[in-house]
Write a protein that binds this ligand. Structure first.
Ligand code: DC
Length: 231
């Protein structure tokens, strides 16, 4: 097999506000790999729950609705658009009501099983992939040849989030943003299924004081050093 056809899964896990999504997307572009945002899939599930008026404590109808939605990406756009019932759901994913419930939605074990299955199917069709989330290296792709775990202090992540919200025209309360980040970390780390953990074979990178471009440079260098990638 030519090296440019060789399957390569690179996982990037870590908490919110570490720049994971942007780093993963940029790294994928530099290496000529596809990019998978698994947080978008959990956000889509949360949006479906709200928009269909589903009760979060009644898991079966929620998981059934998400299965019926046949979540899949349109790979012809950059980044790939997420489709539910063949319609783009991207515009809904960052709304405050979705963000408010996505962590409890992501703790539903039967939903996680569906998502893990979907993500493995995606990787079977896109075997040269940078995938980011919370459980990509630990649960979904335990055999991935390169795993990263991006981290940053809660304070730094809160400052980044406040800046993002200001840029979006909102006036966030910095203390509440920090409290929300700490609470979300605790909830994502404490759940029984697919908790946020740093896999023992992952390279941990603290992005608190490193500019975004340098994080991407460093990850690219590590990937090329570890496995060599054309493109
Ligand atoms: O990365 P994000 O903020 O878009 O993720 C949204 C939520 O989904 C967040 O609460 C963590 C959760 N998530 C998860 O549990 N597992 C993943 N693989 C990706 C995201």
């Amino acid at each position: 097999m030519a090296s440019s056809d060789r399957p390569i899964i690179i996982t990037i896990d870590g908490p919110a506000g570490t720049g994971k999504s942007s780093v993963a997307r940029q790294l994928a572009a530099r290496l000529g790999l596809d990019f998978l945002d698994t947080g978008a899939m959990y956000r889509a599930a949360a949006a479906i729950a709200i928009d269909r008026g589903l009760d979060l404590s009644d898991h079966q109808p929620l998981v059934q609705a998400v299965a019926d939605a046949d979540l899949h990406f349109d790979w012809s756009t950059d980044p790939p658009a997420l489709l539910a019932w063949n319609q783009s759901i991207d515009a809904r994913l960052r709304d405050a009501d979705v963000t408010a419930i996505v962590s409890p939605v992501a703790s539903i074990a039967s939903l996680r099983r569906l998502m893990v299955q979907e993500q493995r199917l995606i990787a079977a069709e896109h075997p040269r992939l940078v995938t980011e989330g919370r459980d990509q290296g630990s649960v979904v792709f335990p055999d991935a040849p390169v795993k990263f775990y991006l981290d940053a202090s809660p304070e730094v992540r809160a400052v980044r989030r406040v800046q993002q919200l200001r840029q979006a025209g909102q006036a966030p309360d910095a203390e509440l943003v920090l409290a929300d980040i700490v609470a979300r970390d605790a909830s994502d780390s404490a759940r029984a299924d697919g908790p946020l953990v740093c896999p023992s074979d992952a390279i941990r990178v603290d992005t608190s004081t490193i500019p975004f471009d340098r994080v991407v440079d460093e990850l690219e260098r590590l990937v090329r050093e570890k496995i060599g990638v054309d493109g």
